[in-house]
Design a binder for this molecule. Sequence first.
Ligand code: SF4
Length: 393
Amino acid sequence: MNAQVAYDHEAELTTVLERCNAAARDYNIPSKSELPEGYIGTLGHFPVYFPEEIVHAAKLLPVNILGGGNKLELKYADARMGSFICSICRSTTELGLNGTLGDMAGFVTHPICDAAKHLAGIWARNLPDQLSQILYLPQNVNSPGAARYIASEYQRLRGEIEKKIGHTIDDEAIRNSIQIYNVNRRLLRELYRIRRDEPWKVSCTEAYLLMRARTRIPCEEHNALLSRALDAIRHRSLPAQDKPRIVFVGGFCEQPPIEMLEAMDDNCYIVDDDLLVGLRWFTEDVPETGDPIWALAESYIVRSEASPVQHDENKPKEGYLLDMVKNAKADGAILTAAKFCEPGLDEQIAWSKHFDAENIPYLVLEFEEKMTSFEQMAMQVETFAESLLFAIA
Ligand code: SF4
């Protein structure tokens, strides 16, 4: 009789994290020969939110282009844009110009800010073989015609992709993709629930790497990895430490370096954040029946997270952050913004004024994806965490 091998949750989590870490830190795009079975190519999109289901239904692997991290040397991008543009725009341009993203079928950006919008023009001129598009998501989602307008934009994008790949994308395929992505979003919501309820079981860095893997691997594989990771995390029995509970915001577009997240993990429990919020945009399932384009368009408005790049009078800037802090039972917040990020800096001012009025402790930090020195930042976070511990003791 075979002896049953005991389930080793730490070994299982390590295996999943190693796979996710490799995918998350990979700035390359799979070439046609490296693509998972069933996929015919890749299509890149810029943060924050993008309806990946339409691309997935076209059998293209959606890849979320998140800049070049802090190891990329800029050789070409500085000739195309000013030094006052945020790092993610410049490094994304570099990855396009140096050939790293050359195999993609196309690249779609959004008018979340002027810098992001103009990426599409640079792309069209320099990578003319790729489909280069701006997906115009509405700034004012409270207009009565907003859902209809988004649906027409999604149909336009669907038509452009169909022209590029040479076949139609049928509704049934999009509905199937919505089902797969709904599973993914449910798993991510569970990951965030654990972080709120038992933050000692999974760090912000671990959760981020688990989540970020979806930017390079098929959603189906990501679902399987997340299920295994969640099972292992639930089995973890790590002791709770004496750390303050913190909400971290400002990482919605340009990505904070991993070392910054690790510095926060060392001193705080990050119980909620807006990292990669576009990947978990919907607060509940997108309807899986009926017109799938309408389901995605309507959900963008009525089942969506708040974000600095969307102006929704039902989710005022100050209100949603206060809700995050309350729902996560946080002791304070870290308000950050990427260097030169207009939407992020606008939000930071509104948030800090509101926190002053509500007497909620916060720390303001600035980051840049290419930063390499973290000692000073780590010291600021440590001092902030200690002051909170004294205050709540
Ligand atoms: S980081 Fe800010 S400024 Fe840069 S593309 Fe994103 S939203 Fe725009």
